[in-house]
Every structure is written in C-alpha cells, then in structure tokens.
Design a binder for this molecule. Structure first.
Ligand code: TXA
Ligand code: MG
Length: 317
C-alpha cells in the first residue's frame, strides 16, 4: 500500500473509533478521536497508562482550536505562529466539550500541531483532533520508528509507518498562566526560544504540573539497569556493558556494545539518536547500560531530563 492509502485507511479507522499509531517529528504517537471517550479509553488501556496522566490533543489547523479551548488566547496564537507546526505543546483552559478522560479530569488541555506531513494528513483524514500519548508502554522507552511501536504495542489497530522521526525527543510542554508560561516538560523547543515570545514564570498553576511527566522521577526506562558513566557502581564489568556515548569514545573496544549519539557532538543529532540507541542496547541484551552525561544547554536540557528519569531507579547506593 502507498503512504496515501495508508493515511486514508488510518484516518478512517480513527473516525470510526479505532486506535492508530502514527509518526510525528518527535516520537510516534498512539492516537484516537479526541472527542470519542471510548476510543481514548482504549489508548490508556493499550499503553497501560495511569488515568491521571493527560493526553496531548493534536490538531492540523488553527480552526480546530475553537472546539478545544475555553476562550481565544492571543498568546497561544503568537506561539503557534512561531512554533507550529512543531514540537511545542501548549496547555490552556479547556472547552467543556473536551472529554474528561483526555485531560484526566483537569480543567486544562494540552494542544499541539505536529510538524510532520504524515501526522497532519492523518488528522485531516480523520476529520477530528487526535488525542495521543507517545506510542510506548507507560514509563518505557519512547518509539522513534514503526518497529519500536510494533514490538511494544501490537494491540494498535494500525501502525502508520512514516520512517524514523527527525527530532527524536518529545515536545516541550508549557502551560499558559496570567503572567507568562510555566515549563512542564523540557523538549525540542528550548526555553530561550519561547521566552522570545512570552516571559517564563515559576508559579504553580491549578496544580497541573504534578500531572506532567516532567514531574515524574522515573520514566523512559529500559528494562536493563542504566547508569550515568559518572555513577556506575564499582565492579561493573564493562565487557558486558553497553556504552551510550555523546562523541566518539576512546575506549570503545572495552565495551560489549557502543552507541555514539553524535560523532561530531551535535546536540540535535544526539536527540535524534537517543531513544533508538536505548532500544538497540535493550535488544542486544547488554547486562547494563552506561550513558555519558551531555552538556545542559539548548536541547541538551531535554536530553538530560530524559536521561535523569531513565537512570533514576538505578542510582548507586
Ligand atoms: O512529542 C510529543 O509530545 C509526543 C508526540 C506523540 O506528540 N507525545 C507525548 O505524549 O510525548 P505523552 O503523553 O507521552 O506526554 C505528554 C505529557 C503528558 O504526560 C502530560 O503529563 C502532559 O504532556 N500534559 C498533557 N496535557 C496536560 C495538561 N492538561 N496539563 C498538564 N500536563 C499535560
Ligand atoms: Mg511519553
């Protein structure tokens, strides 16, 4: 089947209440009609996601905002102008018609227009905004290609294959308050870029932050222990270990497997390769993964956020 036929098929499935995995520029999503609570419930079920963790609603045009937001917010439109389609999710007060299951009962909804032609065409074909979390089992490594989805979520009604994602790390999630934006999850759009449009504030608003994965300590976890190289427990046998290295390592031959995130130490390239490297390490059956910390600037902030969560439960005693 051609990608066009696939998109039409996937769009029809969503409009009929099905659950479809699809590519975005960040990671693959597991989508359902945002206005069909039963379909959205299946997304939670398939993903084994706790009901308190709200979904992002994906749109393909700004007219769809009217059925999602409580009232027009010029600031969102300014952000949209600069960052959409793209990896920025904006949380605003929700329209009463948005089902509670989508927002986990919160009075707010997270909205994003993904920067991927297949995702946009799918939403158009479905004829409805698409509620979608990342297409992985809850808490596990996010998928950056269709194969990652197939191995974790075979229960999806259809997997729309759009190749490997080009950003590789999830969207930045912000919430809009009276005085500016609050960061809920660092991501591909940097805080510095957003502050060019709107000031950042640090106040807690309506308690929504605690529902965000930015505030969960453990997430994005492989099934094998994973440590920062700086925290590796004494006695780790590195001949059985996998090394996830930022640049090219000097002692590569000492490890069972080495994944180089970016030989030229380009942070964006590292983000693209991060989850794929973790998936390959897991598939190769290394006993332990060691990962080099990256500089925390630009998208490096988001990469280190994901790595801290992945390594959280493996802090040495
Ligand atoms: O790049 C992405 O954002 C990908 C692609 C598929 O769009 N999606 C993604 O979804 O990463 P997910 O569900 O894995 O993470 C989105 C997070 C949720 O865990 C949730 O905590 C936060 O965004 N979020 C969504 N709606 C929210 C709301 N109303 N208030 C606070 N946080 C919200
Ligand atoms: Mg996720």
């Amino acid at each position: 089947m051609s990608i066009k036929t696939d998109i039409a098929h996937a769009g029809r499935l969503i409009s009929e209440g099905g659950v479809v995995a699809f590519p975005t520029e960040t990671v693959y999503g597991l989508g359902a009609d945002a206005f069909n609570p039963k379909a959205v419930a299946r997304v939670f079920e398939i993903k084994e996601r706790p009901s308190f963790d709200p979904l992002i609603v994906h749109i393909s045009n700004l007219a769809q905002l009217d059925e999602l937001w409580l009232q027009k917010d010029e600031r969102l439109l300014q952000l949209a102008e600069k960052f959409w389609p793209g990896p920025l999710t904006i949380v605003v007060e929700k329209h009463p018609s948005v089902p509670d299951i989508v927002t986990s009962g919160l009075p707010t909804v997270g909205i994003r227009m993904p920067g991927h032609p297949v995702a946009l065409a799918l939403i158009e074909a479905a004829g409805t905004p698409v509620a979608a979390p990342s297409a992985n089992k809850f808490g596990r490594i996010s998928p950056t290609n269709a194969e990652h989805v197939r191995s974790q979520l075979p229960e999806a009604d259809f997997i729309l294959n759009g190749g490997t994602t080009t950003v590789g790390i999830e969207s930045t999630v912000i919430s809009l308050g009276k005085n500016g934006f609050t960061l809920l999850r660092p991501g591909a759009v940097t805080i510095a870029e957003i502050t060019e449009v709107l000031p950042r504030v640090f106040e807690t608003e309506k308690g929504s932050e605690k529902h965000s994965p930015g505030h969960m300590l453990s997430h994005y976890s492989p099934r094998k222990p994973i440590y920062f190289t700086t925290d590796a427990p004494a006695g780790t046998d590195i001949s059985l270990a996998g090394l996830i290295s930022f640049g090219a390592p000097l002692d590569a031959s000492k490890y069972k497997l080495v994944e180089v995130l970016s030989a030229k130490k380009d942070m964006k390239e590292a983000a693209v390769n991060l989850f794929g490297a973790m998936h390959r390490m897991e598939a190769a059956g290394v006993a332990v993964m060691l990962v080099e910390p990256l500089p925390e600037e630009g998208i490096g902030i988001a990469i280190m956020d994901r790595l801290r969560k992945a390594t959280f439960q493996y802090k040495p005693q």
